[in-house]
Write a protein that binds this ligand. Structure first.
Ligand code: GLC
Length: 821
């Protein structure tokens, strides 16, 4: 193994030091001061290889590198500087199943090559450079410097580094909720979960750590998932435009190379590793109303009544920290809420689900049962000297459960029993970065059980929030028997999607934040966090009616739709701004409910196949260079293109339509894609386009999910002269029966010609919906139909509507429809 003493240029080139460390760096290399320079170690020449199953172990005689074939597209690389690997354990990748059958190892004079049917991993003998190529021998990813590390007792640091070549036109996406442009190129980011109240554009780090990025170079995509929970840094050609680096302040250099070639393939493969979101209860896809805080009970009830009075649909109402007794989790302030059970029952009778906040800080108070029990059982985190870790949060002096301990998670999960008995349907986990007033977070030396793999807070910090919401989700799942719990978390790490939805934290009521929220949601979606949304209207500050309405319009197409605001702001319900805003807000929230079956089906597509719900344009058309800079428009599922309005007073805006044909949702006009079009943006609408050939399922407007028994589904069929597939997923909407195949996946194939439109339907699954009634609306039919034949029966009753669409009904499940000229 080589031991290189770095010169300052190397050090900067490899970005070993952060800007804050600059002074120290100069000291360190100052011969006058006589301090020893940093000693940084690199892999040397490969001397041997061993093959064990799907793993290959390469060594330079001291360090070892493990190359694991995970799937045909995924290869994992790990480094053990002294030849001994850490035990296999990851909160992000629950089980690593090998899903590959054929792979091989080749050796020639210069290199070893591990190959699957789609990817080669090259290990260059002379210097241990690792690179990846596709079957056309196109290099997609290569080391710029061999894997390296630093064990510095003088500075007290241990770092592991991967440094890759950054190509001239390479673009980078992913990393979760970063508040920057969609393409991350030219920037450096830190992963360290942080309570970032009123964060600003380019502020970093934020609440979550998702160490996964997607690279797009010359039209070919690959992903890197650096599964290391320590504080990590990613540099996408920021300090040196020829290098992409990622490094962590501890742990193992372990990354997964995920081959594309399409960005969507990378996203799907990332889900294969880290899992997908379980199906949410259908009501959770409705509109949610939150505020810090609605209290007392009469206020909660009057807000709820306001929705029904104004006929604005709403499914979820939230209780923020003031519902508790002195902010003690799992207690109630009986002055404000004398009879929570009665209140929750009344809310439920009116169609509202109650969601309550639960924070990790447990008040130090010997008269408080949760604290007493946690203390007795030693469930709270401790410092290195064995004293309990204490910090101030809302309740005052607090201690904090160690959620990385499975026993603590089980205990925590059980604490929700009373809330579930009271009828609470969802739980909101906040402040779980973990946030501590003054100190920011826990000291580094806090100890964590880490599922038996013990570690300090340096290792556990980024997963703390995820393990908290995991404990919450798993507890609720048990307590709610077969009902799907709804959970939402502020902090998280890769894989959090298996347990919760997220919101982007404490944003601001500004147009800039609306723009930022749009990018953050798109970015979260492509980073494996599908169920995401922003605080509609902005958490702090005051939106005017226009900003709030524009945000509602964006929110109607966010996977998670919740308005929330800080306590010192004015009222913020959808009717608070008067007309014309109330009417427009209602129209968009109603649209959300009309399209619920579409969103629910898109969720299924995520859950089952790993597709994101929001899809940036570049994710769909990566071969078009200009798309790398497009970050305003996105598709919601794959059939609806949305471009929110993010400027005040805007009356029209350009929108890029991806290739193919698109119908303007508001006018039904058809337009060719592959170009930018100007679209009018009066306050009443935002640009929404539907892909030609789509079948958009629609439910009647309901004030809440379950208000009406669905006895008919409307199928909006958008004519296309190409064959296009759509689908509709249906099930009970609130149980886990879908895990036993009790669901129905209806697939529609639309295909049009000059004189004929056909719609085929196939079905999979064991669920039987209550209805068999279909209401068809055919949009854009280029001919006047003479006949409609459904499974051999002629339908006589079809009408041409004012919108120039043909509508007809059919009361039986169908297989084949022909609409003839
Ligand atoms: C944090 C949360 C915010 C919540 C507040 C009070 O700031 O991000 O959503 O309302 O705490 O609980």
């Amino acid at each position: 193994m080589d031991e290189n003493i770095l010169n300052p240029d190397d050090l900067l080139g490899n970005k070993l030091i952060s800007e804050e460390d600059d002074d120290e760096f100069h000291h360190l290399n100052n011969p006058v001061l006589g301090l020893k320079p940093i000693v940084k170690k690199y892999l040397g020449t490969v001397t041997d290889v061993k093959e064990v199953g799907n793993k290959f172990f390469f060594t330079d005689s001291e360090a070892r590198v493990e190359v694991t074939v995970v799937t045909d597209e995924i290869i994992r690389v790990r480094l053990a500087p002294h030849g001994v690997f850490l035990e296999e354990f990851s909160y992000a990748v629950p089980k690593q199943e090998q899903k590959v059958s054929v792979f091989s190892l080749h050796e020639d004079e210069l290199e070893y090559r591990v190959s699957t049917s789609t990817v080669n991993c090259h290990i260059r003998k002379i210097d241990f450079f690792i690179s990846f190529s596709d079957t056309q021998n196109h290099i997609t990813n290569q080391d710029a410097v061999p894997m390296h590390w630093e064990e510095n007792t003088q500075f007290g640091g241990y770092y592991v580094f991967g440094t890759k070549v950054c190509n001239t036109d390479e673009a980078f996406y992913g990393l979760g909720d970063k508040a920057s442009d969609l393409n991350l190129r030219g920037r450096r980011f830190k992963n360290w979960n942080t309570d970032a109240y009123s964060f600003g554009w380019n502020q970093d780090p934020l609440y979550r750590s998702i160490p996964f990025y997607i690279s797009l170079n010359e039209g070919i995509a690959h992903g890197i998932f650096f599964d290391n929970t320590f504080k990590a840094t990613f540099d996408f050609g920021a300090e040196d435009r020829t290098k992409t680096s990622f490094w962590a302040d501890g742990g193992e250099l372990q990354y997964y190379y995920i081959h594309g070639p399409h960005m969507m393939d990378v996203v799907k493969s990332y889900h294969l590793l880290t899992g997908t979101h379980p199906m949410p209860p259908l009501w959770a896809l409705g509109y949610h109303q939150c505020r810090w805080s609605y209290y007392p009970e009469s206020k909660v009830m009057s807000v709820a009544k306001g929705f029904r009075k104004n006929q604005i649909p709403c499914d979820g109402i939230y209780l923020d920290i003031d519902y508790m007794d002195g902010y003690r989790c799992f207690t109630w302030n009986r002055k404000y809420f004398p009879d929570p059970k009665k209140m929750i029952k009344e809310l439920a009778a009116d169609g509202f689900k109650t969601v309550v906040i639960i924070d990790p800080g447990i008040r130090v108070d010997d008269n408080y049962s949760v604290f007493k029990e946690g203390k007795e059982k030693r469930y709270f985190c401790r410092r290195s000297d064995d004293y309990f870790m204490e910090g101030h949060v809302w309740p005052g002096r607090c201690q904090f459960p160690d959620f990385t301990n499975p026993e603590v998670r089980a205990w925590w999960g059980g604490l929700f029993d009373e809330l579930v008995q009271l009828g609470v349907a969802g739980v909101w986990n906040d402040m779980n970065e973990p946030a501590v007033f003054g100190a920011g977070t826990f000291p580094d030396d806090v100890r964590h059980q880490y599922d038996g793999f013990r570690g300090s807070h340096r290792k556990a910090h980024n997963v703390y929030g995820m393990q908290m919401v995991r404990a919450t989700y798993e507890g609720l799942r048990k307590l709610m028997k077969n009902k799907r719990p709804f959970t939402i978390t502020r902090a998280g790490y890769s894989g959090l999607q298996r347990y919760a939805s997220v919101w982007t934290g404490d944003n601001v009521a500004s147009w800039e934040h609306l723009r930022l929220g749009n990018i953050q949601c798109q970015r979260l979606s492509m980073s494996g966090v599908p169920f995401c949304g922003t605080d509609i209207g902005g958490f702090s500050g005051e939106p005017d009616g226009e900003l709030f309405t524009r945000w509602i319009q964006f929110g109607a197409f966010s996977p998670f739709m919740r308005a929330h605001s800080a306590g010192d702001t004015k009222e913020r319900e959808p009717w608070s701004f008067g007309e014309p805003y109330t009417t427009i807000n209602r129209k968009f929230i109603e649209l959300r409910y009309r399209l619920l079956p579409y969103l629910y089906s898109t969720f299924w597509e995520h859950h089952r196949y790993g597709f994101p719900i929001l899809r940036p344009v570049v994710l769909q058309e990566q071969d078009i260079l200009a798309n790398q800079a497009r970050q305003d428009e996105f598709t919601y599922g794959d059939k609806i293109l949305v471009c929110p309005v993010m400027e005040p007073g805007q009356t029209s805006r350009p929108v890029y339509l991806p290739k193919g044909q698109w119908y303007n949702f508001w006018t039904n006009e058809i337009a060719d894609g592959g170009v930018e079009v100007m679209v009018p943006t009066p306050l009443e609408t935002i640009p929404v386009f539907i892909k030609a050939g789509a079948v958009l399922p629609e439910y009647p407007v309901m004030q809440y999910v379950g208000e009406k028994e669905i006895d008919e589904v409307k199928l909006n069929v958008y004519y296309s002269n190409h064959e296009v597939n759509s689908f509709l997923f249906e099930d009970y909407g609130e149980t886990f029966a879908y895990e036993q195949d009790i669901y129905l996946e209806k697939k529609f194939i639309v295909s049009g010609k000059d004189t004929l439109l056909t719609i085929e339907q196939t079905m999979e699954g064991l669920y039987t919906p209550r209805y068999e009634n279909y209401h068809f609306k055919i949009i854009g039919l280029p001919f006047k139909p003479s006949k409609i034949i459904i499974d051999g029966k002629t339908v006589g009753d079809f009408v041409l509507t004012e919108e120039k669409c043909y509508e007809f009904k059919f009361s039986k499940n169908f297989k084949h429809i022909e609409i003839l000229k």
